[in-house]
Design a protein. Structure first.
Length: 145
C-alpha cells in the first residue's frame, strides 16, 4: 500500500535527487522513497527489536548512566593518570582505577575475566594528554568527472 504525498523541495535538493536518479538509472520517486526509508531505518530496527517484548533498548539506560559516571571519574583522575600512565590503557570501575596495561587487548582480556559484561560496566581508555580529545572523521566526497 502506498500514500501519495505532495511536498515542496528546495531546488538545490531536487537537483541532487534528479542527478542521483539519472546516474543510478532510477525514477526520482524511487530515489526519494529509498532515501526516506534509509533515514528511518534505525527507528524501524529499534521498534522491531522491542515491539511485543518487555526488552529495553540496547544498551539499557542504566548502563549508559554507569558509563557516564566512569567517564566523569576518568576526567577527574586524568592529571594523575597522565603523570603515571601516559599512553597506556586504563580501566576505571566504580570511579576507581582497577588496572592498566600498554596493550589494550591484554587489558581487555583481564577485565573481561574479572568484571564480565553486562554485570559490570568498565571504562577502558588510552590515557592521552587531553582527557577529552576532539575526534575528526573524514567523509567521502563524490565528484563528477
Amino acid at each position: 500500500m502506498s500514500t501519495q504525498v505532495t511536498l515542496t523541495i528546495p531546488d538545490n535538493i531536487y537537483q541532487q535527487v534528479e542527478e542521483a536518479a539519472r546516474t543510478t538509472n532510477r525514477r526520482v520517486s524511487e530515489v526519494i522513497t529509498q532515501t526516506l526509508a534509509q533515514s528511518f531505518l534505525p527507528w524501524e530496527i529499534q521498534e522491531e527489536r522491542t515491539v511485543g517484548t518487555d526488552e529495553e533498548p540496547f544498551p539499557p539506560i542504566e548502563h549508559i548512566e554507569a558509563m557516564d559516571k566512569e567517564i566523569e571519574a576518568y576526567k577527574n583522575m586524568h592529571p594523575q593518570l597522565w603523570r603515571e600512565y601516559p599512553h597506556q590503557f586504563v580501566a576505571i570501575y566504580q570511579g576507581k582505577l582497577i588496572d592498566h596495561d600498554i596493550d589494550f587487548a591484554t587489558l581487555a582480556d583481564r577485565i573481561d575475566q574479572k568484571y564480565p559484561y553486562p554485570e559490570h560496566i568498565v571504562l577502558m581508555r588510552e590515557v592521552q594528554s587531553d582527557p577529552d580529545p576532539v575526534l575528526y572523521f573524514r567523509s567521502p566526497r563524490l565528484v563528477r568527472d
